[in-house]
Structure formats: structure tokens, C-alpha cells
Design a protein around this ligand. Structure first.
Ligand code: FAD
Ligand code: NAD
Length: 481
């Protein structure tokens, strides 16, 4: 069976859905190919269930941090209710709701595993083993996301460790859990399972949350330790063996841990077998130009082939991928219809923020909310950097928010342009502060103008004023003096 569409999208995660949606809104026909659930990793095994698992304990702790409310907290978490709430957020791993949306958006769906099988062509192996060929008049978009890496530690695979998938589908909380990794998944899920009652050990090979400002990992590590997590930094697992129902893990510092379950959270790898060799391209993370077209071995864009979201590994986050998807869907439509392409930096058809203003909230407790560059990254990029730090707990809004509020904010300024190139907040409930910083960074708002963005009193956003005061208020111009 063979069908032709303007755009064929492989992978119906949040990114593939958005590429198809923008293309259809631009007047094209589109089909998405999906071999698991429409909605992707994010909806069923990543963002949504993890945040649903984390929120109840965070809410409980928030109440405990406010005298007067604290007295009303009389019990522990209801673990069964927490797991049930998580399950409801995944619609019990059923994508019927997403199918309704696809239909309303005018996007067709083919279930099965897709691979590129020639120029502008995708072959799908359907669940019943049939092959279906889809031809694209204009573009094929590879939006296949990523899958968890399981490192080559002797005995690990045989011990059937959890990845994010099994952890987020769990119907019971193990008595003890050893988490391998010190990134975002490890930090969030170690906290989640500790809150649910597991004895959690974390093996962090290098440092915790290493891509962030150093105080982020320090504060999150201290909080995890306070909540009972046995945080072992600079320690790696060397071998694993099953002992009855338990896993025995040997570490390179000579210690051994015996646990009920292991969670591997050591990063992601690209989806294999995407058929790219059929068009003389390598697999792996797919390099792209600023309009998300895949680059060939000579660094030239392939006119009809796009890679969007985790698949290109520019900024592997749902919201950054969806941002790319809006640009990609629109540029595919523009090129198809011979309309002008706006590919200048910050143009409609490019994903400039991936480099200059990527945003992220790590939903640990305390949260880490960041945009743009860390101080170290800005220095490495050759900028004349000035770093301004402020104790978030010293802001009256924070003190009212929670008794003994502890938090930290950092502003990274490019002195040459006098604009903020990076901002990091760490503390309870800082996620809501992030978008103001994103606007300042993406908008390249001059520091002088930021004095006119007046934070309401008494909110945590007053930290902006404190950071500007530390930086220094601009002197009146000579004419005004
Ligand atoms: C535990 C965890 C928590 C996370 N939390 C957050 C968070 O809070 N916020 C955030 O922004 N990001 C978070 N992320 C990252 C986020 O999940 C990814 O960045 C996001 O899912 C990427 O979207 P995507 O559409 O590119 O890929 P995916 O969501 O992986 O979707 C790709 C889809 O393509 C399908 N597919 C793959 N290959 C084929 C093929 N050959 N044929 C057909 N279909 C195929 C897959 O089945 C999948 O449905 C988290 C990740 C993890 C692991
Ligand atoms: N809230 C959010 O936005 C959120 C939440 C979860 C995940 N994510 C995203 O999902 C992606 C995957 O997250 P992740 O935490 O799996 O990856 P990561 O790259 O953030 O962290 C991987 C960690 O594993 C360690 N590691 C790698 N190989 C190892 C090995 N062989 N042995 C021991 N340790 C090893 C690394 O040092 C690092 O600490 C990231 O892009 C992340 O940003 C985002």
C-alpha cells in the first residue's frame, strides 16, 4: 500500500505532533507514524508522570514549611493515591485522547515503525507485519526522540534494571533503590522514590547536575541528603549481580550495596534503524541547520529531510523541541509554497533560542530554573562576563512564602552589550520566576530598561531588584545632571 502526503513525520511525540500541526495550519497535508503511543516519551514515561509523582510530596513539604499550615499536616503521603494520580495523568498509558486531537488537527496517523527508505520516502512496518510506503511531496521530518542508555557494567543488564520507563510505570515502591547517574532524571527520580518511602542510594560518577551553575547541584544534593538519600559522589558501579530477588552492586570505592531495584539514569541515545543509510546518511544524533534540515556528510542541508526535537540533540527538552517544531512546520510550509524564508537569527523559521536562551526547570525540591548560559559557559564563549548573585531567602516575598526559605539566584551579564545572557534560580517554587528571565535573555533587554520592569511587593520576583541593585543603578545621563 502506498500513499502520498505533503509531509511525513516519523514519531508522534510532542515534537512530531507539533511539526505536523504547523504544516497543516500552513496549508499542507501531513501524516505521523508512531510505533508506540501518540504523545511520545514525554506524555507516558518522562515529563508528565515524573512531575505527577513529584508534586504530592512537594505540596506536603510546602505546607510543612509554613507555620500555621504545618499543624494541619497530620499524616504521611498516601502512596497508593500518589501512584493512582500519576496513572491518571498518563491516561493509564492510553492515547485515545491524543487520537481525538490528531483528528481535530487534520493529521493522519499510521501505526508502526517507520524508516527512511529513499528520497522523500518512508516505509512503515505495521503492527501486523505489513509494509506501507508513504511518499512525501515536500518533507520528511524525523522526530523519533531518544531512548535510555544502559551502560556496559558487567551484570547490569541481567539484573533487569529500571530505566525511566519502568520507574514511571511502577505500581509498587521498592524497599530500596540504587540510582546510577547524577543528571536530571537521577535527581528527580531519586527524590520522588525517597519521598514514596524507598531507601535510595545514588551513585554519581562526577558531580550532581553538572551542566548547571555549581550551587544548583550543591543545594539539590544537600536537600536529597536531608531527605535520607545516600548520595555517593565520585563513585561508579563496577559490577552487578542478582542475589535472589535482590541486586548486589559493587562500586569502585570498594563498597557494596544490596538493593531491591536499580534505576539507570545515565542519559539518552538516538533511536536506531531509521534507514538513513538508504539516503547516504549516518544514524546517530542528526546534525541540522538553523531551519532544522539534516546536514549531509559535507555539512550541506538535505532539502527534504528535517530532524526535530531530541532526534537532533540540540536541546533535548519537550518545550525546546516544540519550539523547534513550530519553526520547522512553518518553514516546511513556506518552502513548499515558495514563500520567503526568515532564517536570520531570531527569525520565524529558526530555533535561535536553542543556543542562546534554552530554558529548563529541574523539578527537584528545591527546584532549579535556568535560562541561557551558565557563567562558565559564557566565559568559555569569550564574553566579558559579570556574575551577580543574590540570596533568594533574603527577599521578603520568599520569607513569607515559606519559613526559613533557602534559595539562590545568579544573573550572568555580558558586559560588552550590558544584557543578561544567563539566569539561574534555585529554591522552592522558583519555576514561576523563570519566564521573566527568559524574556530578558531572549529579548536581549538592556539592563537599564530592566529597572522599569518593577517587581510586585512582596513577591519572590523582588530578587530582580536586588540583583539590579547589586549590579549598580545606571547614572543619569550628563544632560539630566
Ligand atoms: C524521566 C524523564 C523526565 C523528563 N522530564 C522532562 C520535563 O519535565 N520537561 C522537559 O521539557 N523535558 C523532560 N524530559 C525530556 C523529554 O521527555 C524529551 O525532550 C521529549 O520527550 C522529546 O520529545 P520528542 O517528541 O523529540 O521525542 P519523544 O517524546 O521521545 O517522542 C518520539 C516518538 O517517536 C516514536 N518513534 C521513535 N522511533 C520511531 C520509529 N522508527 N517509527 C515510529 N515511531 C517512532 C516514539 O515511540 C515516540 O513516541 C524528560 C525525559 C525523561 C527521560
Ligand atoms: N525537568 C526536566 O526538564 C527534565 C527531567 C528529566 C530529564 N530531562 C532531560 O532528559 C534527558 C535525559 O536526562 P538524564 O538525566 O538521563 O541525562 P543527563 O545527561 O542529564 O545525565 C546523565 C548522568 O549520567 C551520568 N553518567 C553517564 N554515563 C554514566 C555511566 N556509565 N556511569 C555512571 N554515570 C553515568 C552523567 O555523568 C550524568 O550525571 C536530558 O536531556 C534531560 O535534560 C529533563
Amino acid at each position: 500500500m502506498s500513499e502520498t502526503y505533503d509531509v511525513v513525520v516519523i514519531g508522534a511525540g510532542p515534537v512530531g505532533e507539533n511539526v505536523a500541526d504547523r504544516a497543516v495550519q500552513g496549508g499542507l497535508s501531513a501524516v505521523v507514524v508512531e510505533d508506540r503511543l501518540v504523545g511520545g516519551e514525554c506524555s507516558y514515561w518522562a515529563c508528565i508522570p515524573s512531575k505527577a509523582l513529584l508534586r504530592p510530596a512537594e505540596a506536603r513539604r510546602a505546607a510543612l514549611a509554613v507555620d500555621g499550615a504545618r499543624q494541619a499536616v497530620t499524616g504521611d503521603l498516601d502512596v497508593a493515591a500518589v501512584l493512582a494520580r500519576r496513572t491518571s495523568f498518563t491516561s493509564d498509558w492510553d492515547d485515545a485522547g491524543q487520537l481525538t486531537w490528531l483528528e481535530s488537527a487534520g493529521i493522519d496517523l499510521v501505526r508502526g515503525r517507520g524508516r527512511v527508505s529513499g528520497e522523500r520516502q518512508v516505509t512503515v512496518t505495521t503492527p501486523d507485519g505489513e509494509e506501507q510506503v508513504l511518499t512525501a511531496r515536500h518533507a520528511v521530518a524525523v522526530c523519533t526522540g531518544s531512548r535510555p542508555v544502559v551502560p556496559d557494567i558487567p551484570g547490569l543488564r541481567d539484573a533487569r534494571p529500571w530505566t525511566n520507563r519502568e520507574a514511571l510505570e511502577a505500581t509498587e515502591v521498592p524497599d530500596s533503590l540504587l540510582v546510577i547517574g547524577g543528571g536530571v532524571v537521577a535527581s528527580e527520580l531519586a527524590g520522588a522514590f525517597a519521598d514514596l518511602g524507598a531507601r535510595v542510594t545514588m551513585l554519581v560518577r562526577s558531580s550532581l547536575l553538572s551542566g548547571y551553575e555549581p550551587f544548583a547541584g550543591e543545594m539539590v544534593g544537600a536537600a536529597l541528603t536531608e531527605r535520607g538519600v545516600d548520595l555517593r559522589v565520585g563513585v561508579s558501579a563496577t559490577s552487578v549481580r542478582l542475589v535472589g530477588e535482590e541486586r548486589e552492586v559493587e562500586c569502585d570505592d570498594g563498597t557494596t550495596a544490596r538493593v531491591a531495584q536499580i534505576l539507570v539514569a545515565t542519559g539518552r541515545e538516538p533511536q536506531p534503524d531509521l534507514g538513513l543509510e538508504s539516503v547516504d546518511l549516518d544514524g546517530g544524533w542528526l546534525p541540522v541547520d538553523e531551519t532544522l534540515r539534516v546536514l549531509d556528510g559535507d555539512g550541506q542541508p538535505v532539502e527534504w529531510l528535517y530532524a526535530v526535537g531530541d532526534a537532533n540533540h540540540r536541546s533535548p527538552l519537550t518545550h525546546q523541541g516544540k519550539y523547534q517544531a513550530r519553526a520547522a512546520g512553518d518553514v516546511i510550509a513556506a518552502r513548499a509554497q515558495g514563500r520567503p524564508v526568515d532564517d536570520s537569527p531570531w527569525g520565524v523559521h529558526v530555533a535561535t533560542a536553542d543556543h542562546l536562551a534554552p530554558t529548563q526547570v529541574v523539578f527537584t525540591d528545591p527546584q532549579v530554573a535556568s535560562v541561557g548560559m551558565t557563567a562558565a559557559a559564557a566565559q568559555d564563549a569569550g564574553m566579558d562576563v559579570r556574575v551577580v548573585d543574590h540570596d533568594l531567602g533574603a527577599v521578603s516575598g520568599a520569607a513569607i512564602h515559606a519559613d526559613g526559605y533557602t534559595g539562590q539566584a545568579r544573573m550572568v551579564v555580558d558586559e560588552e552589550r550590558r544584557v543578561i545572557v544567563g539566569m539561574t534560580f534555585v529554591g522552592p517554587d522558583v519555576a514561576g520566576l523563570l519566564h521573566s528571565a527568559s524574556i530578558a535573555v531572549a529579548g536581549e533587554v538592556p539592563l537599564e530598561r530592566l529597572w522599569h520592569a518593577v517587581p510586585a511587593f512582596p513577591t519572590m520576583s523582588e530578587v530582580w531588584l536586588r540583583l539590579l541593585e547589586s549590579y549598580g543603578r545606571p547614572l543619569p545621563s550628563r544632560a539630566e545632571r
